[in-house]
Design a protein. Structure first.
Length: 97
């Protein structure tokens, strides 16, 4: 898949989800611009961008944005959670920052 690297200002070819996870482990942030707005199961929060990064190589954090505004909420995930929660295939656009 082709993604945009906003630090180096270039398109980068990435070989799937595992390579995106490795880029996070290497210190990069992966921004998923979703095709449509999502909401949590309680209807408390809605977002259209997910910002994924890592605390260390085993713990990950997801922050959210809605219509260009960064939200104060975040969620923590372990490496096994990423199989269920990290879904770059649902993104209209992916950026590396």
């Amino acid at each position: 898949m082709k993604i945009y690297d906003s630090v180096n200002k270039a398109d980068v070819e990435v070989d799937g989800t595992q390579e995106l996870i490795q880029l996070m482990k290497d210190g990069r942030q992966v921004d998923l611009y979703l095709k449509e707005k999502k909401s949590d199961e309680d209807g408390y929060m809605s977002w259209d961008v997910e910002h994924w990064s890592t605390v260390d190589s085993k713990r990950f954090i997801r922050c959210y944005s809605l219509e260009g505004r960064v939200l104060s909420e975040s969620t923590g995930h372990n490496i096994y959670d990423l199989q269920n929660d990290f879904k770059p295939e649902e993104a209209a656009k992916i950026e590396l920052s």
